[in-house]
Design a protein around this ligand. Structure first.
Ligand code: F6R
Length: 239
C-alpha cells in the first residue's frame, strides 16, 4: 500500500482525476469502479473539465460501488441521480456502459448477481476509486464485512445512516443498500482510496497503521498489491 499525502482537497482531487485520465489514455476501454459521496466531487468536476478540453470517456465502462435499497433511480437522493448530475450526464459516457445498481429491483439478490456478472463481462475492474466512511467502510462494506463478499444486499451501520441522513427527509438514510463486495473490490487491478478532512483522520490512522481487520474494512486494502491511499493533510494528521 502506498500512502500519498497531498496539501489540500484541491490537490487531492487533481491527483485523483489525473489517475483516472491516465488510465483512460493508456486503455480507452478501461473499466472503472467509482464512488459517490462528498469526497469525489472535486475529482468529477475536474474530469468534466478535462472532457470539455477533449478527453473522451466513450469507450470506458463505469460501475458504481453502491446504491440504497428501495430507492427508485429517479429519487433525488439516489446514486443514479448523483452520478447523472455530477458525472455521467456531463461527459460522453456510453449509456450502455454506465452501471449503477438498481435499488428498486423487484428481486434485489438477482440484481446483485446480474451486476457482478456484468463486471466480469466487462473484463473486471482496471481502476477502482474509493472513498472511506468514518467507520472505515469502503463501498457499503461496513465493519464485519467478509473479505470474500461479492455484490450483495447489506444492512447499513447506524452511524452511516446518521452521517448520510441529510440527503433524506427523515432522520436516517435507508436501512439497507446494495454494495459491490470486498472480494470484487480486491480483484481490481488498481485501487485508489481518497480521504479528505480532519473528520477522517482517525479512520485513516486506523486503516494505515492499525492491524488488518474486518472491523476497519479499509485496512484490508493493505493486502492489495496495487493500492494507493490519496489523503489530504487534514486527513493525515495522525499518520
Ligand atoms: C459511496 C461510498 C461510500 C463513501 C464513504 C465516504 O458510494 O461508496 O463508501 O465513499 O461513505 O463518503 P464521503 O465522501 O461523503 O465522506
Amino acid at each position: 500500500m502506498n500512502l500519498r499525502v497531498l496539501p489540500d482537497y484541491e490537490a487531492l482531487s487533481a491527483a485523483a482525476a489525473d489517475a483516472v485520465a491516465a488510465k483512460l489514455r493508456e486503455k480507452p476501454e478501461a473499466t472503472f469502479l467509482i464512488p459517490t459521496g462528498t469526497t469525489p466531487l472535486g475529482m468529477y468536476r475536474r474530469l468534466v473539465a478535462m472532457h470539455r478540453d477533449g478527453l473522451s470517456f466513450l469507450q470506458a465502462a463505469f460501475f458504481n460501488l453502491d446504491e440504497y435499497l428501495g430507492l427508485d433511480p429517479e429519487h433525488p437522493a439516489s446514486y443514479h441521480v448523483y452520478m447523472r448530475e455530477n458525472f455521467y450526464g456531463l461527459i460522453d459516457a456510453d449509456p450502455t456502459r454506465v452501471h449503477v445498481p438498481d435499488g428498486a429491483a423487484a428481486d434485489p439478490d438477482a440484481e446483485c448477481e446480474r451486476y457482478e456478472a456484468m463486471i466480469r463481462k466487462c473484463g473486471g475492474v482496471d481502476l477502482c476509486v474509493l472513498g472511506i466512511g468514518r467507520n472505515g467502510h469502503i463501498g457499503f462494506n461496513e465493519p464485519g464485512a467478509s473479505f470474500d463478499s461479492r455484490t450483495r444486499v447489506v444492512r447499513l451501520a447506524e452511524t452511516t445512516r446518521l452521517v448520510n441522513a441529510s440527503d433524506f427527509a427523515g432522520d436516517r438514510a435507508p436501512e439497507k443498500a446494495i454494495t459491490v463486495g470486498m472480494r470484487t473490490i480486491f480483484e481490481s487491478r488498481e485501487v485508489l482510496m481518497l480521504a479528505s478532512g480532519a473528520n477522517k483522520a482517525r479512520t485513516v490512522e486506523a486503516a494505515v497503521e492499525g492491524g488488518i481487520t474486518d472491523r476497519v474494512p479499509a485496512s484490508m486494502l493493505k493486502q492489495h498489491e496495487n493500492t494507493t491511499f490519496l489523503v489530504d493533510r487534514d486527513a493525515a494528521t495522525t499518520v
